[in-house]
Structure formats: C-alpha cells, structure tokens
Design a protein around this ligand. Sequence first.
Ligand code: PLP
Length: 405
Amino acid sequence: MRPVYLDNNATTRVDPEVVQTMLPFFRDRFGNPSSTHDFGASAFAAVNKARLQLQALIGAELDHEIIFTSGGTESDNAAILSALEVLPSRTEILISAVEHPAVLTLCTHLEKTRAVTVHRIPVDRQGRLDLDAYRAALSPRVAIVSIMWANNETGTIFPVGELAELAKEAGALFHTDAVQAVGKVPMDLKSTAIDMLSLSGHKLHGPKGIGALFVKRGVPFRSMIKGGHQEHDRRGGTENTPGIAGLGMAAQLALKFVDDATTRVKSLRDRLEDGILQRVPNTFVNGDPLERLPNTANIGFAHVEGDRIPLLLSRAGIACSSGSACTSGSLESSHVLRAMKTPHGSVRFSLARDNGEADIDRVLEVLPPIVEKVRGSPSPGPARRGNEDHQSGLGQSGSRIDFLS
Ligand code: PLP
C-alpha cells in the first residue's frame, strides 16, 4: 500500500520541477557566481532569478532584500545577532515561549554568554500570544523582537503585522521566523512593518540546506558569516547555486499553489480533524481554532502518551509526528505544549499539496483501533526507546531530541 506522508511541517518532498531546475547547476552550469567568465555569469543569473522568485512569493519590494542562507536556523541566528550589533545600546530581546529552538537556543546562549536579557512572552491554552505581556515587555532597551509567523507544532498564527507595528513604536527591530508560514499563507511584506523574515527551502518542496533572510530596504544589517563579498557583503561564502535555483523554483511553485493550500489542503485538514474528533472519544484540537495554518492538525488524545500513536501509525505506513519527547528518561510534552499547559498525548499531522482524500480516509480507518489499543494497554515506558523511536521520528536511541521541527 502507498505510504501516507503527513509530516510536512518536518520536511516536504522536493517537487520534481525543483529537481529538474537544480540539475544543470551540477552539470554544465557549474560555475562560481563570482567568476567573470560565462560559466560564472550563467550561475550568477540563476541566483538573481531566484531572488526575484522569492521576492514575488513574500511580497518583498526589491530583490536585493533577499539574502540566501543555509536555511531557517542560520537566518534566525543572523537576524538576532545582527540586531544586537547594529543597536549596541539595546541589550534586550523579546521572543515568544514557543519559538523554534533555532531562536530559543540562541537566546538562551546569549543570556549565558553576553549581557543580554531575554523576555519570553507566554501563550494561552490555544497557543495565542499574551498581548498584554508583549506590550509590557517592549521598551527602549529592546534591540529585537523575534516572534514566529506560525508555530511549527500547532500551526497557530501570530498577528505579526500588529506585533511589528508595536515593536516599531518602541524603536526595536522586528524579525519573524516564517519558516512554517511561507507558501502556506499569502504574504505581502511591503505592506507591513516587518524588518526581517526567515524562510527555509525544505518546508516548501525545495531542497534542504538552503533558505533566505529577508532584510527590508534601509534596515541596518551586519553579516554573521564573515568571508568574501557574496550577497552584497551580507553573507560570505560561495553561493549554493543548485540549492538557490531550486529554492527559486520552489518559491515560484509555492506562489502558484498558495490558493490550493488555503482551500483544498485546508478542507482535507478539516476533514481529518473532524473525522478524528467524531471517531475517537476524548480527543481535542491543540492550537487557535481560527488563526491556524491551513495544513496543520495537532490532536490531543486523553489518556495516551503521544509518541505511541505515531509509532503504530508508522508501522501501518502513515508518517506523522508526536508532540512528546523523552527528556531525562521520562516522557514529557514538548516545550510548546507545556507552554500551552496541554496534557500529554498529542500528535501532529501536517499536510501538503501532494496529499489527497485517500490519505485522510486511510488515517480515519487506521487510527481509531490504534488509539483503542494504546488506551487499553499499559504504557511500556521510556525503556523501549531505540529503533522504534527512530521510526516514530523522535530520534535514535541515545540522542535527546526535545522539540519538533
Ligand atoms: N523555524 C521553524 C519554525 C521551523 O519549523 C524550522 C524547521 O524545523 C526551523 C526554524 C529551522 O529551519 P532549517 O531546518 O531550515 O534550519
């Protein structure tokens, strides 16, 4: 039976058109974009084309507002570190409690190693930001606000336009990690006060290891990676031309499919959610009921440890993720679900344009008996971690992974 892939917030299948776009840059168009001969010029043209394709997807004003990076993690790091450098008199950072580790881990590190204070703004049970706490934390001491556009685990969308306006009033820079949102919701950055935005190729049917940081025209920026003059001196290192060309094509396709994401994919997601809630007792949806990515369903199952369901689904050929992780030998929900004060036992299904009705039918057929079985049998506890964990997407035995990508 065809495997069912419902873990698209972790990564997506590279679109065949993206693969075709990349191939020439390994073969005849292999030149270095910095070289002045024809090989270089051909690669340089591809990089510039990709910039235009990304500009169109996110509604940037100018192509040179785009800096290519190695992915979402680098873009997040570059934005925050740059802000601390360009605004040296400001020593505070404001983030949400549910940011991806690409932001959280860096901020914790900065707190330990520099004279930096980090405000982690809490969220409510539906994953929505506490706006009063946000307003209260903004001050002339804040260098940068970094709040994600949408959460990777629950899909909850944050009001980044409004948050950016408030940050601007306080004179702080505003960065958003939009790794999960780009391609899933329409964007027009030129009509917002957002200064910087991170995106990643592999979340939108592009290759892994390539991403971009949008830096609005006029926003001061200091390069984190020092080296050559690539990317207008904003990111040293020979450009990943195949990856960049692939990301450009992925962006072009994402723009074409964004309506599909907000209509067809959303209705598949809704059918999946409704179907689970109807067929399986004591289940609930985690996240904002309205302001949520159209592809993400995070379902809580009472009386269940979340990782057991993805494990059994995986054995039935269905890939999804658990919202739990093994931390210090005991199963614990992720930092996002803990911040939402959600009990254990959550499973994330994340859809994409290559999913269809048959995938949803399959889950709705296979899932109810699995939950019944899990609820009827005692938990084997964390001792069974090992290959099984690997299959369930939690990582190999011995590796401690306490977040979802
Ligand atoms: N930010 C969010 C919200 C993500 O979901 C991810 C990916 O897991 C990242 C950042 C990191 O992106 P990358 O894998 O491209 O470094």
